[in-house]
Design a protein around this ligand. Sequence first.
Ligand code: FES
Ligand code: FE
Length: 397
Amino acid sequence: MSDLVTRSPGWSLPQAAYTDADVFAADLDRVFAAHWLFAGHTGELDAAGRYLTVDVGRDRVIVVRGEDGVLHAHHDVCAHRGSRVTSEPRGRVKAFVCPYHQWVYALDGSLRAARLMGDCFATASHRLAPVAVREVAGLVFVCLADAPPDFGAFAAALEPRLGPHGLADARVAVRQRYRVAANWKTLVENNRECYHCAGSHPEFSLSNFDVGMNGDVRTNPRYDRALAAARARWSAQGLPGEDVNFPAGAWYRVARLPLRDGFVSETLDGRPLAPPMGRLTDPDVGSLRVVSLPNLWAHANGDYAMTTRLTPVDAGTTDVELCFLVARDATVDEDAMTAVWRATSEQDWALCEANYAGIASRGYRPGPLSPVVEASVEGFLDWYVDALADPPHARSA
Ligand code: FES
Ligand code: FE
């Protein structure tokens, strides 16, 4: 148990876990800097020199496509006197040129030139410090730890389930950013239960059942029949039938859920807006949910996918980037494509901000979680408290 955060099983966290600056610093250090973080999409890095940056507290990581087609990730810290070498959050370069004294770095991070450093200067001895990076099924992850946790089991779960959706060849059609006045854990908890869905998400509830969510232990024969019939259809497209739901308390979930009768996509009228993506041949693939703690959730429908990436700013502030992806050559009605998830996300941010305002106030005490529909919140809080007490890099040491 962490000395910073103690919790009673079955209850929400104490106030300090959400509001305290020391806990927030530990969250950055032991959770965000210690785990794999969702960084972006393959489609944003589709040519040599195309890069994006990811901020994690004081750290900034550059992810760039190399001349060899391989992704590289580097700390955005010049090896001379430490300046940032990028000035834009994304772009395309032939090389990274530090704006301070113009040291020049190749895409692979090696130092190519350093002016006025004397005859004895060993250019090859200096470089941008590398960061671990992985790319799977069109999603890109980085890890700041020197010894990152295992990525292989997650990749093995993700590739056969998300790979057929073709996100590796998709484009980000719409990018929407939000600043939410709430602790990042409030947003993750909200994502881990649908207790609030019927009351707050009319657009989401058109296409989604209100049972069958992760952590909902209610039985519902109608849902079970819909799932069995859907899995029979999905298997005809070669999609795996079994879901992967935070195995042994792990940090990831990849699960395909059926949509309500008459809905083949999470759109307002249930109709797909574009032909099936990737290798899918039938648009009726339900919605594939991907969760990667601590900063990603995604829904992949047959015609479009949505990713949500969290960036903690301070204890009471979280930046969110919502991206909508479609096949590279597809033309879609962007308003129709974003209608469900823009509305649902904005409803969630309002819920999270009201939740956080109460948590941060004098009247807050930890409250009881529902054993019927909030087991997944419990699972997240267990994972979080364990990560804080015993981060993966400490475990492998
Ligand atoms: Fe980058 Fe001097 S700090 S070249
Ligand atoms: Fe919600």
